[in-house]
Write a protein that binds this ligand. Structure first.
Ligand SMILES: CC(C)(COP(=O)(O)OP(=O)(O)OC[C@H]1O[C@@H](n2cnc3c(N)ncnc32)[C@H](O)[C@@H]1OP(=O)(O)O)[C@@H](O)C(=O)NCCC(=O)NCCS
Length: 157
């Protein structure tokens, strides 16, 4: 039987779930630095203009996304899938869902930063229409590593 997938909007009460998902998704410290904890997510989710989503598969949370909107500009703050649930289309589903949500809110252009070493995420973003729009030198500084970020962007209009 096909798994049931649903996406729910995250409220501050979901901070623990978001933090647990983020810790699983970003367990590799080379990806983007330390995982954000529950108080950090509670703060994000209580901030106007920031919105989060949790993808549930058969009732289990297995992927998250977090976005920021300022006027007609959007930013993907983070996205991640539990390693045990990767390769099933959840990242692409969450990305499409978030972009549709921002478009409906009047966003015209969406940006994100991704480590130049993170080829999986870059492929995911390219598959949903993002193209390279710049580079930030030494954007990720963690565990003695200094990794450049690619800025990627897509138009929603
Ligand atoms: C990037 C990430 C979110 C992808 O999640 P996912 O649920 O496995 O992604 P999907 O199954 O929806 O894959 C969608 C597309 O992404 C790309 N992709 C995903 N994983 C990939 C991999 N390991 N290698 C290359 N491309 C990959 C492919 O284009 C894929 O499309 P396809 O299946 O038709 O080939 C996941 O690997 C992750 O959580 N990584 C750690 C956290 C992270 O790096 N987040 C982004 C920070 S900027």
């Amino acid at each position: 039987m096909a798994a049931m997938v649903e996406i729910i909007p995250a409220a501050p009460a979901h901070a623990d779930v978001m933090a647990a998902l983020h810790a699983m998704a970003f367990a590799d410290p080379a990806l983007s630095g330390p995982a954000w904890d529950a108080p950090a997510f509670a703060g994000f989710l209580a901030t106007p203009g920031i919105m989060g989503f949790i993808l549930m598969e058969d009732g289990e949370p297995c992927a998250l996304s977090l976005w920021r909107q300022v006027l007609d500009e959007g930013e993907l703050l983070t996205i991640g899938t539990d390693p045990a649930a990767r390769g099933r289309g959840h990242g692409a589903t969450l990305l499409r869902h978030g972009l549709a949500h921002l478009r409906a809110n009047g966003v015209a252009r969406v940006f994100l930063e991704v480590a130049v070493t993170n080829t999986a995420a870059q492929s995911l973003y390219a598959s949903q229409g993002f193209t390279n729009a710049g580079r930030r030198r030494g954007y990720y500084q963690h565990a003695g590593l200094s990794i450049d970020a690619n800025v990627m962007a897509t138009d929603l209009t």
